[in-house]
Design a protein around this ligand. Structure first.
Ligand code: ADP
Length: 493
């Protein structure tokens, strides 16, 4: 194994409190490569349906025993969440190094991801306080009514490669707060940071079976999670294609799903916007993880009056980006995740240029098939181009002109996706009106920020359903149980 880390002493599935190498379903291995140089970081044993079933059974057993043990108490959950947050803090550099090696993002960004991930466990620890049984003040029908927040059941967690620890944190923190055991399946491109976190979870001594980890045959694992009766919730972040597949597989079993799927974020710069601010915020939104984020500005709509000034401001900033391997201190922009990603970005850019878009910074796509993809700024982009319909997932800014708020809202909403959008205007009422008309779950006004652990985040339309973060993110893993009770001496049980 080319990667060496004190947090990666075991690199296999984790089931019922132990790392397990082979339960007989490991047909293939998972090869993890460094996107910066294609070096093999690790070759791991793959899991399939058999390991997944064992993991689900271990989780179900943990759930059954937790209702009678103190580990299910709210204070124990809170302590666990805070301990996990602290484990992130204590190992921030090493966790970040592993993320950079397997994902490619610059080390400073990876550290930011680890700190961001820790925040979800902290916020969930606060939310736990609100899960205490609630006795209704009114006494309908002369009975006492108590509402209990029960764990919803075993949770299947499937995460993507762009934020391996943050996406895990969004789901795992909510499940632990709710008292629901999990079976986690990280992306096969980036399982190492999740393995490192499981090393830390193991050291924390979480109840056996409460957290399990499988990876390998994604289709077999996904199908097993969808079909096993003990799994009651599936929390997934990834492509709309796989999200729809999971929804179809889970439908006959009436499981609850939380789906955070692809976005196609419009970034709207009105004629009264602070152009420098909009350019700064676009840079932060667009180039995080080399543009490979679902909240990344995908369609940049700029009012005709400020178009040239905005393009100048963005171009100036883009020329300062330092493309390189994520561990090099000067790097501010890392490689794309793999060659297919580079080919897709290249195809979209070449198509736009063929259709008349102008390359202001970067290149036109022909020489852009390398994973070290140069930041590229296009103007003259039109809504009939593929680059507007598809998520670019790369370091390409695609600028279109608009005339009038009504026009830009209609164009922004014309996408099937509804995850994140951004509006820049000096007029608060105007920005509010535009935001209110946008069918997106997250709309930044004069900010390009993505989600925060304290607030619910999720999509509308084809970007999925369910929310992560805040109180709402925990409730995805809670099942409410209402108990009306006749007062007075009952049967002496
Ligand atoms: P991307 O194209 O960005 O990699 P995917 O939706 O393919 O997005 O991947 C997101 C997660 O979904 C990863 O963990 C991946 O392994 C997993 N995945 C891929 N195919 C399936 C499937 N058929 N069932 C369940 N999970 C899957």
């Amino acid at each position: 194994m080319a990667i060496s880390s004190p947090l990666l002493r075991h690199v296999s599935a984790y089931v019922d409190g132990a790392f397990v190498v082979d339960v007989g379903d490991a047909a293939d291995s998972v090869v993890v490569r460094n996107p910066a140089d294609d070096d093999v970081l690790a070759t791991l044993p793959a899991s399939g349906a058999a390991t997944t079933t064992l993991a689900i059974e271990a989780a179900a057993k943990a759930l059954a025993s937790s209702s009678s043990s103190s580990s299910s108490s709210l204070s124990a959950r809170k302590a666990t969440l805070l301990a996990i947050a602290k484990a992130h803090d204590d190992h921030v550099d090493e966790l970040a190094r592993i993320i950079t090696l397997e994902n490619g993002k610059p080390f400073a960004e990876a550290k930011g991801e680890v700190v961001y991930a820790a925040g979800f466990y902290r916020v969930a620890a606060d939310v736990v306080d609100g899960l205490a049984p609630r006795l209704l003040e009114a006494r309908p029908k002369g009975l006492s009514w108590t509402v209990y927040a029960r764990p919803a059941g075993v949770v299947g967690v499937i995460t993507p490669w762009n934020f391996p620890l943050a996406m895990l944190a969004k789901k795992l923190s909510g499940a632990i707060a709710a008292g629901a055991p999990v079976v986690v399946k990280p992306a096969e491109k980036t399982p190492l940071s999740t393995l490192a976190l499981f090393h830390l979870l193991h050291e924390l001594g979480l109840p056996k079976g409460s957290v399990n980890l499988v990876f390998g045959d994604a289709a077999a694992i996904g199908q097993t999670l969808c079909e096993h009766p003990d799994v009651r919730v599936i929390s997934f972040t990834g492509s709309t294609r796989v999200g729809k597949l999971l929804a179809a597989q889970a439908a006959p079993h009436l499981k609850r799903l939380s789906l955070e799927l692809g976005g196609n974020a419009p970034f709207i710069v009105c004629d009264d916007a602070d152009v420098a601010l909009a350019a700064d915020e676009l840079m932060a939104s667009k180039f995080r993880c080399s543009g490979q984020t679902c909240v990344s500005a995908n369609r940049v709509y700029v009012a005709r009056a400020v178009h040239d000034a905005f393009v100048d401001a963005v171009g100036t900033r883009m020329r300062l980006l330092q493309l390189g391997p994520g561990l090099a201190p000067e790097t501010t922009l890392g490689p794309l995740i793999d060659d297919q990603a580079a080919q897709k970005v290249s195809r979209l850019v070449a198509d736009a240029v063929d259709g008349g878009a102008v390359v202001v910074v970067g290149h036109g796509g022909a020489d852009g098939v390398a994973r070290m993809y140069a930041p590229t700024l296009l103007t003259g982009v039109r809504d009939d181009m593929a680059i507007v319909h598809e998520e670019i997932f790369g370091p390409v800014v695609a600028v279109s002109v608009f005339d009038g708020d009504h026009d830009v809202v209609a164009r922004a909403n014309a996408s099937a996706a509804g995850l994140a959008a951004y509006v820049f205007s000096a007029d608060a009422a105007r920005a509010d009106a535009i935001a209110g008309a946008l069918r997106f779950g997250h709309v930044g006004i004069n900010t390009g920020t993505g989600p925060t652990p304290e607030a619910p985040f999720g999509g509308m339309k084809a970007s999925g359903y369910g929310r992560e973060g805040g109180h709402e993110g925990v409730m995805e893993f809670v099942e409410l149980q209402t108990i009306p009770q006749r007062p007075g001496p009952g049967p002496n049980l």
